[in-house]
Design a protein around this ligand. Sequence first.
Ligand code: SF4
Length: 282
Amino acid sequence: MAKFKNTMEIFTLLDKSNCRKCGKKTCLAFAASVFQGEKKLGDCPLLEKDIIERYEKDELPEDGHPVRSIIQENQDAFMEEMKQKISKVNLEEAALRTGGKFDGGKLTIKILGKDFSVDQNGAIYTGIHVNPWIAAPVFNYILHSEGKEPTGKWVAFRDLKDGRERYPLFRQRCEMPMKKVADIYTDLFSDMVSVLNGKEVAREFQSDISVVMHVLPKVPVMICYWLPEDGLDSSLNIYFDETADRNLEIGAIFSLGAGLTQMFTKMAITHGYEVSLDANHR
Ligand code: SF4
């Protein structure tokens, strides 16, 4: 089987409908059993053939050298492209725009309160785990941020520039899965505050819980959660400062939401909760 680094890499390939046709209760359980070598990707009848074939190739390498996974290849290509772009940026000037600092040839910015440094060759120095969903917005921020200071006015994703047409997907991939995590993972909000340098703030939009996180120095994100009440389902919305689209392109803002969702899901799984991410199959 392909050299998957973890269960989540396999999980992202699946349909996430928890249909049980593979003999497992959930897609996540199936992903874990593939990772442990008990099952094969092809045991999921809903997985597209070309994906299976691509990974089966890894299983039976013709030349004796395993083909690297699609995910790994995409990551490498992305990082290479970013390195080239960063090499053309004046990092000292970028430090002023991004709210970072320039020292010893490196630009350092805070991501969720932790240091993330990059040098002129695009090499990254950080103690945090950088998944591609987070790396993409960070690089986009360094390359494109106009340096706009947040105004404190919160807006929905759909109200940002070019956000309206992408909102249904943002809702499906970020807000709904994050809501599911919040529904079952009771420590989510206290962990956001303690682990991710978040801050509980006065309840906004009549929510029950509002937490602000400084994902990037000038791109705060607010997550509001409404508990279930009087037969109504719980709800979760993600808000951005109205200046977010001046500091990040909309695709990068989307990616940021997806990165946070993935982070929270991992935190929930670490705490022993089983999470299904697809809001379409609730
Ligand atoms: S892994 Fe595939 S077969 Fe198994 S539950 Fe998920 S979608 Fe269904």
